[in-house]
Write a protein that binds this ligand. Sequence first.
Ligand code: GLN
Length: 632
Amino acid sequence: MNNGGGVKKMKYVLVTGGVVSGLGKGVTASSIGVLLKACGFRVTSIKIDPYLNTDAGTMSPFEHGEVFVLDDGGEAVIDKERRGDYLGKTVQVVPHITDAIQEWIERVAMIPVDGQPGPADVCVIELGGTIGDIESMPFTEALGQFSYRVGAGNFCLIHVSLVPVLSVVGEQKTKPTQHSVRGLRSLGLTPNILACRSTLALEENVKQKLSQFCHAENIITLYDVPNIWHLPLLLKDQKAHEAILGALNLHGIAREPNLKEWTSRAELCDMLLEPVGPSKFLFTYLAIVAMFCLRFMYLNHKLQVRIAIVGKYTGLSDSYLSLLKALLHASVSLRKKLVVDWIPASDLEDETAKENPDVYKAAWKLLKGSDGVLVPGGFGDRGVEGKILAAKYARENRIPFLGICLGMQIAVIEFARSILGLQDANSTEFDPDTKNPCVIFMPEGSKTHLGGTMRLGSRRTYFQAMDCKSAKLYGNRGFIDERHRHRYEVNPDMVSRLEDAGISFTGKDETCQRMEIVELPNHPYYIGAQFHPEFKSRPGKPSALFLGLIAAACGQLDSLLHAHKIPNGMAKKVSLYQNGNATKFAKIPADGIYSNCNELDPGDGKGEQSLILIFYTGLPVVIYSRTILSKP
Ligand code: GLN
């Protein structure tokens, strides 16, 4: 939708958080994106995380949850001071850093990321942290200036805050929100909308009090919902879009938000996640009962699917958030209830059998009870042998298996050991002296990453055969673009030996030196991917390989593959895909690019760029920006 003639002006929605962290600012920002898209706008987004790390990729998942990877790999450096741009002047937070932050935001916001020409209509910016944090000060200051710079009618501020309820009296307390809005105002930012997290909807008098003391006209309650997919609906019901469109002067050109599909998916998810009480939802209940009967009587299909995740950080499911979401997107789309069994890989090892037999038994029981096995990515050698045992079990017992990144490398090591009889086959990451290095260090020099050897960000994979499962699942495209984050890869010198023994490298990079997808053709579903397909999975647009895993785990892979349309003449090769910075990425033509829930799908409209800005001021300052639109 074009918002006016001439040069289009970008409209900005800034989402800040107050009182405490973990209020769901990200989900709110994503949901606003969904809502604005439903109004007919093209939306991009930026996330700013005020960390001091220069490389987000090295942060521990224990502290920060998962490291989310973007198409551009998330690494870019400005070194204005070192380049001498400041001509020896003292570099200060204001104006040097704040100016640079604003320039970056403006530049990144204009990059089209949905495959359509020209910039998006609206850019949703999520400012990480909580208002008042020292870390976010330069950013809040910059954004305060920015609101003035872009001018009224182009900027809408949504402040997500907390309204706690004192359990004794059940009173909804407004004071913390009042304080955080005061903090916001002192930094030159005035909220257009207060989005208040609370257990229940805010009472009318509480809303009035908030709007009076915080001078905010629009008060919205983000009360507890059965699953986060309800959030865009909650915002719509409370007319958040009208307030946003009003602040952005977009009223005239917006359409009524169409969230029909989204609503039914959220309801389906409720049904699959929660047992529904008959008194409350009699109709739904009856429908479920009917569905149960039908399934059992005629189709004999399973209603739930158990997936064992054999990983390292299984105690902290946040480390595998994208995996979980990707599994959920796939299972909801196949109308299955997802049950995830977390298995710490080391519990499957012989060592545990000796030291802790009960733990060992429990782990194997879980693995054997699963319908599908997922071995995710990982670094370091802890649990590697356990993951190899899990891959072996899945291969030998014909249990659907998906190995991601390290999981793929594990599958290859296991195959080399068991089928080629190379007992010491290993990755040089774990055994640098192995005589049979089937996975080796294959760094990729990155110009955009300081000292980086990681193969990071979007890379292209070409299918080597059209009749393999992965190509079919991806709709028989000639190639796909998926995100990477690794240093090691299958040793190209061992590929022919491995293939002669029956494993198939069905996806490779443009040089055919990097193995991207591996499959066992004679197995119901045994696939490994060097990339991370989970990062591009979206609600309603599940990732192909996850969909395959869930379908295979439910015995529905054949019908899924038959249902896929297979266009002709797909195996054409295209010119080399350019990696690197955001500008280059934006130039990739839309045609032929794999758009399963990715940035080139016009219907999805989310930016997937990142920005990291490092100023040499004695202390590095990092803006880590990423897009999580449509990610709930
Ligand atoms: N550690 C492996 C590598 O660096 C796998 C990385 C991953 O799984 N993301 O190649």
